[in-house]
Design a protein around this ligand. Structure first.
Ligand SMILES: C[S@@+](CC[C@H](N)C(=O)[O-])C[C@H]1O[C@@H](n2cnc3c(N)ncnc32)[C@H](O)[C@@H]1O
Length: 228
């Protein structure tokens, strides 16, 4: 049932998560599957992410040590392979769909020896190890969490960062009064203000935000946020 206002009652919470699980279980474990048929935007996406991340890295005078990163809602590891492993010594992935988890190492290839853990878990339940990650990257997945779970997830991510670590969130946003709900994959698309509100409620400081450039005009505006 579509609910444009985005309020899912408590009784429907389980269905909200199980519908998304069912949706992703039927998706092929390919880059095209991860991006809903838009594999062609992947290089632009990765390049935009690299540019956004670069100033925060030690090598560019920032605080982030290139040791250990976490990829949230990692799918088959598109971001782990193309963005994180080329920069960080080791990467952990967390992804709820088992067939994506099972296909990740084959997709990533030999460099998957530096993927320490593939955690098969929903982000609503996942607890990052405390003080462990120099970077937590979360992209195109947070619409699958309810607001309260999102705030709690952000709180656990804050605790999971090293002293000088940062979190980056990259998400679709909607230019409207409030979030919309898509019943085909059971996800919200939030406004920038709503996303920022969840970040601030969790105690994060927003260091910067930036719109991804050069995506097709018919896609939602995609924004990156750096948090500490
Ligand atoms: C649009 S894909 C993005 C994958 C990856 N972040 C990328 O950009 O290539 C969304 C991913 O989020 C996963 N996902 C959906 N709901 C989730 C949840 N509650 N917890 C963890 N992962 C979830 C899906 O299984 C899928 O792999």
């Amino acid at each position: 049932m579509e609910n444009k206002k985005g309020d899912v009652s408590d009784g429907a919470q389980e269905k909200f998560y199980s519908d998304a699980k069912e949706y992703w279980a039927a998706v092929t474990p390919t880059v095209d599957g991860m991006l809903g048929g838009f594999a062609k935007i992947s290089p632009t996406d990765i390049n935009g992410s690299k540019s956004f991340l670069r100033p925060y890295l030690k090598i560019s005078g920032g605080s982030v040590t290139p040791k250990c990163a976490l990829d949230c809602g990692a799918g088959i590891g598109r971001i782990t392979k193309r963005l994180l492993l080329p920069i960080f010594e080791t990467v952990d992935m967390v992804e709820q769909d088992k067939h994506f988890c099972d296909n990740a190492r084959a997709f990533i290839g030999p460099e998957s020896s530096r993927v320490t853990n593939v955690f098969c878990s929903g982000l609503q339940d996942f607890v990052p190890a405390e003080g462990n990650y120099d970077l937590i990257w979360s992209q195109w997945v947070l619409g699958h969490l309810k607001d309260e779970d999102l705030v709690r997830f952000f709180q656990r991510c804050r605790a999971g960062l090293t002293e000088s670590g940062i979190m980056v969130v990259k998400e679709n946003t909607v230019e409207a009064e409030e979030k919309t709900f898509d019943d085909s994959d059971s996800s919200y698309t939030r406004t920038r203000a709503e996303l920022s509100d969840c970040m601030l409620k969790a105690g994060f400081k927003i260091l910067a935000s930036q719109k991804q450039k050069d995506f097709p005009k018919d896609l939602y505006p995609v924004y990156m946020f750096a948090l500490q």
